[in-house]
Design a protein around this ligand. Structure first.
Ligand code: FEO
Length: 394
């Protein structure tokens, strides 16, 4: 139990052992943040994943009898946040669950219980004693029923998944750790969880623009309380959700069979570096797709390389492109390249995947039979020139 502000406590669970979160690699674990407000009507904001229930309840009991909880705010029905709601409702049977109508439907579908719901919508306010809470629906950040809760009295925002990071640590505040470290995890979180929902994030930011926010308490990772850091993460969300990229940054992502595709990747790297671009190279044998997504988030241009295996791209590349297609980055250029033995027909499939993922193919794909010779590699100069012409000069 940790007091984060007057009468407000962190009662969450630190998941040191989490290594994968539905396909997203989390080498640094995560946290599920619940917050207890000790006011005249004690209010719990969100709960934790089911296996963190004992930790959450122990901390609540250090502050009050759980039976005294009057409201349980369910900002999001996904089970990393609702997983212990059944336990708290058993201990506090008179409590009302505060959530939007879709939240009530989702929680009922999940738990099959006849709980009492206080259905709220954007702009509704709830007095819990000395303080007043306000609710802002933020649909699709990250599910349709998602909501942010704002303490009007404390100027604290509880936005659930938004502004979170999968990062387990002893510290609870961003300003207690190196900022770059947390921003990296916040970017990875955005790229893998939120990227698809840019327009909805823009709406949420618009809805919050006139709020005074002295603290952002997300449902994962560390709390933002330093003014420049709050501005930084909100501005980052604005840029990311507008699909702004570093216009000079190039991502090369590939897999290789007999190093022909790798040879092409390295020549492309050298050509873009000679032109002054920042180039990031990710071999999918070494880099997880959820890490590569952070590079996608930042890069204006992505070059995707694969050899042909049985007339298709390599499975690592297919996995990456399927994942990418679900996340739909916009306003980005791409080029497909690779090597083949006797048929290059399968590259059409790769091009289609990348186009369907939201990219504009900036030049004709570059496909070389068997092993590239210097004459083949020289041909890459022209395509690099074509792509450079579509990017700002560096
Ligand atoms: Fe952290 Fe969408 O759940």
């Amino acid at each position: 139990m940790l007091k984060i502000s007057k009468d407000i406590y962190w009662t969450g669970y630190i998941d040191w052992d989490l290594k994968v979160f539905h396909g997203y690699k989390t080498p640094f674990g995560s946290t599920y943040n619940a917050y207890l407000i000790d006011d005249e009507c004690p209010t719990l904001i969100d709960t934790v994943k089911y296996y963190g229930r004992d930790d959450m309840l122990r901390q609540i009991k250090e502050i009050m009898n759980p039976a005294d909880i009057r409201y349980v705010v369910a900002n999001h029905a996904e089970m990393d946040h609702s997983g212990a709601i059944d336990d708290i409702m058993r201990l506090a049977p008179d409590a009302e669950i505060v959530c939007p109508a879709r939240g009530a439907e989702a929680l009922t579908r999940h738990f099959k219980k006849n709980w009492r719901f206080k259905v709220v919508k954007t702009g509704d306010r709830l007095s819990i004693g000395k303080r007043e809470l306000m609710f802002i629906q933020i649909p699709m950040v990250h599910w349709p029923e998602s909501m942010a809760t704002y303490s009007v009295t404390d100027h604290i925002l509880f936005p659930n998944d938004a502004f979170g990071q999968h990062y387990a640590s002893e510290e609870r505040f961003v300003d207690e750790l190196p900022l770059d470290r947390i921003l990296e995890e916040a970017a990875k979180y955005y790229a893998n969880i939120v990227l698809l929902y840019g327009p909805q994030v823009q709406k949420a930011l618009h809805a919050l623009k006139d709020f005074t926010i002295d603290m952002i308490c997300p449902s994962h990772g560390l709390i933002w309380r330093d003014r420049p850091q709050i501005d930084h993460i909100m501005n980052s969300y604005d840029r990311w959700s507008s699909h702004e990229t570093d216009p000079t940054r190039v991502l090369i992502v590939y897999d290789t069979m007999w190093k022909s595709t790798e040879t092409m990747a390295l020549r492309l790297k050298a050509l873009f570096e000679e032109a002054g671009h920042l180039v990031v190279v990710r071999n999918l044998q070494e880099h997880h797709i959820s890490d590569v997504m952070t590079d996608v988030l930042r890069s204006r241009l992505m070059l995707v390389g694969t050899p042909m295996l049985n007339n298709h791209m390599l499975p690592t590349v297919a996995s990456f492109l399927m994942y990418l297609k679900g996340l739909q980055p916009q306003n980005r250029l791409a080029l497909i390249f690779g090597s083949y033995g006797w048929s290059k027909a399968g590259f059409k499939e790769v091009e289609q995947f990348v186009a369907d993922a939201g990219f504009t193919l900036g030049a004709e794909g570059q496909y070389i039979q068997f092993v590239p010779g210097e004459d083949d590699l020289q041909k890459l100069n022209m395509v690099v020139d074509q792509l450079k012409a579509q990017m700002p000069s560096v």
